[in-house]
Design a protein around this ligand. Structure first.
Ligand code: SF4
Length: 392
């Protein structure tokens, strides 16, 4: 941890991102650790009203250039509900005309009418949780859609006019071999989204999937295979014209996620809804996690914030470095110096040189970035930013 208390420049000139959490799902997947619950139509109606109250209450007219509906399963909302929430954002903030408005969608929830409705509501980017293009893997994950349904949903979205679509895949699934993983990667390339996110399945301690794995005697491929899965997938995406801009994310030119870049580049965002996180003016906070408690608190004008923390200069720097190293572009050492008054290479040189010598970390005098192979060691390298350098 850096001990020097240096001047911190807040990035208030950057437009805000607005995150809207929708905590409802048709079924709960056996690996999911998000803040979500089973769909209930009455609860959803109350929740949408509460969201609009919260947005209205916290609106200060500041510029915002992204709105992101995440979940849960935001595509379970009706288009009129999405339109009402976007309109509320527009009244509470100065939402730019070209704002990126993303909605996460599950393939099984999609119909022509619904997608056309979302488009008319102002949504201009979809993010489909596909996870795999192999049915047996989807079944092991207890997902409700099939590979064919995912491809069909993508086609419906294109027909509805969406020209900015992201697909999520998960790798290192139980029983998945390298060729099977690459089948999904090739299928994704064949479908041709504008953006893709590739995540490694992370199993939290009590995940029901763990029990299913024990019952079914399903195992995970060795760590070395996971590394090969990642490297070969990225090589195929490179060859297909995608540009990797973050450890887990690739995009066609100009189709990077503007909203997610706020998380990775020191931006500011406000989160609305249960369990939503916000970061603004050096303060980070999280709303009440429970959907019913959140609705009740909004109704009586009560306290919505469950946790609040003022980030110290050292924490803000640490986070800037962690997030910056996730980007393919890396950390701009001059920008960090202007903001925090410290030279990253000078203060961490002793800890980082071994990685530069091994070719997994690249420093050109201005940008400090991970090589592709270095991305596999990201956690190990980032941990060096937690080591206390002597700077005073
Ligand atoms: S659809 Fe997504 S949020 Fe809902 S339970 Fe499955 S993984 Fe979790």
């Amino acid at each position: 941890m850096v001990r020097r208390q240096s001047r911190v420049v807040t990035l208030t000139d950057m437009a805000l991102g607005l995150y809207v959490h929708i905590p409802f799902c048709s079924a709960i997947c056996n690996y999911c650790n998000f803040n979500r619950g089973l769909f209930d139509a009455d609860l959803k109606t109350q929740y949408v009203a509460a969201l609009q109250h919260e947005i209205h209450r916290r609106g200060d007219g500041d510029p915002a250039d992204t709105i992101f509906f995440g979940g849960g399963t935001p595509s379970l909302l009706e288009p009129e509900e999405v339109a009402a929430i976007i309109a509320t954002c527009g009244r509470a903030f100065a939402v730019t005309r070209d704002a990126e408005i993303t909605l996460e969608a599950n393939p099984e929830t999609i119909t022509d009418d619904k997608l056309s409705g979302f488009r008319e509501a102002g949504v201009n980017r979809l993010s489909f949780g596909v996870q795999s293009f192999r049915d047996e893997e989807l079944q092991r994950l207890t997902r409700l859609h099939s590979a064919a349904r995912a491809i069909e949903a993508f086609g419906i979205a294109r027909t509805a006019g969406f020209d900015n679509i992201s697909l999520d895949l998960m790798m290192w699934l139980p029983q998945q071999t390298i060729p099977q993983w690459l089948e999904s990667v090739d299928a994704l390339i064949g479908v041709g989204p504008d953006h893709a996110s590739l995540y490694i399945l992370e199993l939290y301690p009590n995940a029901p999937l763990r029990e299913a794995m024990a019952r079914g005697k399903w195992s995970l491929a060795p760590d070395d295979d996971a590394a090969d899965m990642y490297l070969e997938a990225m090589a195929r995406l490179d060859a297909a014209g995608y540009e990797q801009y973050e450890i887990s994310n690739v995009a066609r030119p100009g189709r990077q996620s503007r909203h997610n870049l706020k998380y990775w580049t020191d931006g500011e965002w406000l989160g609305f809804g249960c369990g939503a996180h916000s970061t603004r003016r050096g303060v980070r906070w999280k709303n009440l996690s429970s959907t019913t408690e959140y609705i009740a608190a909004v109704a009586c004008g009560g306290q919505l914030v469950a946790e609040r923390r003022v980030l110290s200069a050292a924490e803000a720097l640490e986070e800037t470095l962690f997030m910056g190293l996730r980007l393919a572009r890396g950390i701009d050492v001059n920008t960090v110096k202007a903001r925090f008054g410290v030279d990253v290479w000078d203060i961490y040189r002793r800890q980082l040189e071994q990685f530069r010598d091994a070719g997994v970390l690249i420093y050109d005098g201005r940008l400090l970035r991970l090589s592709r192979a270095g991305m596999l060691l990201a956690n190990e390298i980032m941990a060096k930013f937690l080591v206390s350098p002597v700077v005073d």
